[in-house]
Design a protein around this ligand. Structure first.
Ligand SMILES: NC(=O)c1ccc[n+]([C@@H]2O[C@H](COP(=O)([O-])OP(=O)(O)OC[C@H]3O[C@@H](n4cnc5c(N)ncnc54)[C@H](OP(=O)(O)O)[C@@H]3O)[C@@H](O)[C@H]2O)c1
Length: 242
């Protein structure tokens, strides 16, 4: 029977590429997204050969909805073996000028779903003795990020979640890893001006942005050949942080 993977941020660049790859690998899919109906519809069309694709819309800023979706997951989706948390937002702003709303939104989208979704599904993973939780962090999860302090805080939290939970669950067959990308060519970079993007590009030794499919490659590796790994945060950035 096909294994089931849940992907948050499936309507986005990285989440969408991971969803496609998982489908090619034979997974049944639960795709979660926020508000981008067009994005998820386009993705579903590319997955039309996979009869086992379910879509759940959930705006993670809505705490009550997040709660009810995680209840639904624990009651109805006991078979999820892979959780990919790729949903995320960024906000470039001087820290002390950031509004409370923007700060809360970063926490709600970047961190909280991992808590709710993992809490709902880990008991079944433990019962089965197998499971993978992979979150998409950022190179800013472990480095100083001027103008992205709050974003970096959320990514640092993902990385500590990864290490701590891996230690807690490793003897029960559940592996927890994270991927820390540098610049990947998706919509999220639209918050950079043209000159900021040019400057960023010139600082990348490979002189190009990464492709979402290159993140999907790493996910595939973790789920296949990299099965002796847990608690790791893997950087993929074209040499930017060297
Ligand atoms: N691209 C990069 O350069 C880069 C670098 C480092 C790390 N990352 C991380 O990679 C992850 C994926 O980003 P991306 O590059 O694929 O960006 P993206 O194309 O903008 O995708 C972001 C995804 O997050 C979802 N999302 C945003 N707000 C949400 C909300 N309130 N509720 C539910 N879902 C929500 C979006 O869904 P809707 O649009 O449907 O709401 C979308 O599917 C993020 O965590 C990001 O921080 C990206």
């Amino acid at each position: 029977m096909a294994k089931t993977a849940l992907v948050t941020g499936a309507s986005g660049g990285i989440g969408g590429a991971i969803a496609k790859r998982l489908s090619e690998m034979g997974y049944s899919l639960i795709l979660m997204y926020g508000t981008n109906d067009a994005g998820i519809t386009a993705l579903k069309e590319t997955l039309s050969g996979n009869p086992n694709v379910e879509v759940i819309s959930c705006d993670f800023k809505d705490g009550a909805k997040m709660n009810s979706v995680s209840r639904l997951l624990s009651e109805k989706h006991k078979d999820v073996e892979v959780i990919i948390h790729a949903a995320g937002i960024s906000k470039r702003e001087i820290f002390h000028e950031m509004s409370t709303e923007d700060f809360e939104n970063l926490i709600s989208v970047n961190i909280k779903p991992l808590y709710y979704i993992s809490r709902a599904l880990i008991p079944m993973m433990i019962e089965k003795g197998t499971g993978d939780i992979i979150s998409i962090s950022s190179i800013w999860g472990s480095r100083a990020a001027s103008l992205e302090v709050a974003y970096a805080m959320t990514k640092g939290a993902l990385e500590q979640f990864t290490r701590g939970l891996a230690a807690e669950l490793s003897h029960m067959g559940v592996r927890v890893n994270a991927i820390a990308p540098g610049g990947i060519d998706t919509e999220i970079l639209s918050n950079l001006s043209v000159s900021e993007k040019d400057e960023f590009l010139s600082d990348i030794p490979f002189k190009r942005l990464g492709r979402p499919e290159e993140i999907a490659d790493l996910v595939e590796f973790l789920l296949t050949k990299g099965r002796y790994m847990t608690g790791q945060v893997i950087t993929i950035d074209g040499g930017y942080t060297l």
